[in-house]
Design a protein around this ligand. Sequence first.
Ligand code: B1M
Length: 222
Amino acid sequence: MSTTLEKLSLAVESGKVDKNSPFPPQMKGEDGADELAKLALDEGVKPSAVLSDALVPAMDRVGQKFSENKIFVPQMVMSAKAMSAAMAHLKPFFQSGDVVAKGTFIIGTVKGDLHDIGKNLVAMMVEGGGWSIVDLGVDVNEDTFNQAIADNPGAVVGLSALLTTTMANMEVIVKKIKEANPGTRVLVGGAPLNDEFCQKIGADFYSPDPRGAVEYLKEFAA
Ligand code: B1M
């Protein structure tokens, strides 16, 4: 692996967004993910290699450390931001077809729920895993999910809920998705959920964290 890719991977893992970013303090003044992703592409590294050799492994390590409580939400948010800064340089290549997306992942926070930090992290991690993302935002109802599925046939759908009150809305939305689109895979997540609830509402998979979502989606990657 090129030195630039190694540095990029470390920048994402450490949450170093760009040169001016003060976080993490020990990397002050060093290039961040923004500069390093651009440099890698300028050096002729293929966008697919930037993604698979630097960004995806970095986010895998971040997800692993988060699952093991070795890092916490603020570090994970910074890593997600760093990955986004790098991904911005790759996006034109995704759009041009130089990188073939593994599939489409539709994600939204369910009706009545405005919490989006976890949902955004999942979207970023899944995007870092090579998927094309349709982010419907927050407070999303069943009709909006079903319209997005109609617009993106074969997509896997992710629902997030952070409130015990909106878990009930999640149940209705899963039911309506399954009625309108029986073959659609539905992944659910959010702090108050568990496996038992997932099974009860007829969803296909519960993941407590973004890493679990990325792992689950590997089964359906094109
Ligand atoms: Co709210 N809130 N909040 N809140 N809020 C909680 C969730 C709460 C637990 C706080 C508490 O009382 N201790 C509580 C819920 C209690 C309950 O029902 N169980 C609560 C409440 C009550 C409320 C309001 C009702 C407060 C009020 O107005 N009276 C209100 C509701 C508004 C609404 O949604 N309609 C409200 C509002 C807000 C803010 C707007 C102020 C803000 C949200 C800002 C935003 O998201 N842009 C907010 C915040 C920040 C929180 C806490 C403090 C932090 C949530 C967060 O972002 N966590 C939260 C308390 C807490 O969690 N400690 C709380 C960090 C984030 C990375 O974790 O979202 O869990 P999380 O996501 C994780 C996993 O759950 C998972 O991966 C992520 C990373 O590991 N995951 C998925 C999430 N979605 C997934 C989807 C997947 C897979 C994994 O697949 C699709």
